[in-house]
Design a protein around this ligand. Structure first.
Ligand SMILES: Nc1ncnc2c1ncn2[C@@H]1O[C@H](COP(=O)(O)OP(=O)(O)O)[C@@H](O)[C@H]1O
Ligand code: SF4
Ligand SMILES: [Mg+2]
Length: 325
């Protein structure tokens, strides 16, 4: 593989709460290459969003990055000052949130917002910025972009609003986009339309994408590689086909088994029995032990370390299934 766009190593992000320290991201390591789509999958509360926020430098008190490295094209982001991080966001790294209104300002017209964003990062005239905005809206499938750019967010449907946000993310041709469940609220047809359009643009531009989702079926059709998170840790990662065809971790196996094969892509999966643990009172051993069909004494007394299986696969389990490769 060529040099990664993003390399995350041993990332630890914690929150200080009254009940104690919550380690939301715990020893997380992964790479994303140019043009590569990494699906970051896990149930709600597993640390996916906080991983994305950590990369973007968006962790505020009572949270902090307590360890690890975040390297974007050779540059260590943890060494950057807050103003430098601010400059980086939207320019070299963009984030697409689940709710488009986290990005859009309800009281400003779309053109005003897009032109402002462009001119905050690029030295171009207002007229040129408007052209760029209209071009970007056209690219993400917004009809009559020259007219639509003059409307307010509330005059658009949810799907159109999310397209605008995606256009804003793509507009400055960032090296990396982090998309946090951006299509979850949309209907299945619109979801798959947006996904396939984005996929084309990303491949053309060699943009790296981290696609955060709780839904394994979404990444199956989109990602090159998948990382499965559980209780703050990546428990298994690898190329999408290898991981889906030969999952080695009991949690990944459970996720896959809970997708009824008849369910069309993009539909919600049935959750695994039991609950995700509270991160405050994690068991001493493997966090998945209370729900795992293979739990042994070892699992209850020690935490499995991440192992490198080669072929870009990693695994964190004492009793994995054999990986045939
Ligand atoms: N502001 C906060 N204060 C305390 N704990 C937090 C805070 N934000 C997130 N967490 C903890 O981090 C965990 C992971 O959150 P998150 O990354 O949002 O999960 P996901 O995106 O996978 O649903 C949560 O379960 C919660 O325990
Ligand atoms: S380490 Fe043990 S409890 Fe944890 S997933 Fe593997 S087999 Fe299950
Ligand atoms: Mg989240």
């Amino acid at each position: 593989m060529s040099d990664p766009v993003l390399s995350v190593r041993n990332l630890v992000t914690q929150f200080e709460t009254r009940a104690g320290i919550v380690t939301a991201v715990d020893d997380v390591s992964f790479d994303v290459g140019p043009g590569e789509v990494l699906g970051l999958v896990g149930e709600s509360g597993s640390g996916k969003t906080i991983t994305g926020f950590s990369i973007l430098g968006l962790i505020d008190k009572p949270g902090r990055i307590a360890g690890g490295q975040i390297v974007l094209n050779g540059q260590d982001l943890r060494q950057l000052s807050p103003p430098d991080l601010h400059k980086l966001r939207g320019d070299r790294v963009a984030m697409i949130f689940q709710d488009p209104m986290m990005t859009l300002n309800p009281v400003l017209r779309i053109d005003t917002q897009m032109i402002e964003t462009i001119r905050a990062h690029r030295d171009v005239s207002k007229a040129r910025a408007r052209e760029m905005a209209i071009e970007a809206l056209g690219l993400v499938g917004i009809p009559s972009p020259a007219e639509r750019v003059r409307t307010y967010p509330h005059e658009m449907s949810g799907g159109m609003r999310q397209r605008v946000v995606i256009a804003i993310a793509l507009m400055l041709e960032p090296d990396l986009i982090i998309a946090d469940e951006p299509t979850t609220a949309l209907d299945v047809t619109i979801q798959s339309q947006i996904l396939s359009e984005m996929q084309k643009l990303l491949a053309e531009r060699q943009t790296a994408l981290i696609w955060v989702t709780h839904d394994l079926t979404v990444v199956a059709g989109l990602a090159h590689r998948v990382a499965v998170m559980y209780a703050g840790k990546i428990v298994e990662q690898g190329p999408v086909d290898a991981l889906l065809d030969h999952p080695a971790h009991p949690y990944t196996q459970g996720l896959i088994a809970s997708i009824p094969s008849s369910v069309p892509r993009g539909q919600r999966l049935v959750p695994i029995k039991g609950m995700t643990p509270s991160l405050i009172n994690l068991p001493k051993g493997c966090a998945f032990a209370p729900r795992c069909p293979k739990t042994s004494d070892q699992c209850l007394s020690a935490r499995p370390e991440q192992e490198n299986l080669g072929s870009a696969r990693t695994l964190r389990c004492f009793h994995p299934s054999e990986v045939s490769s």
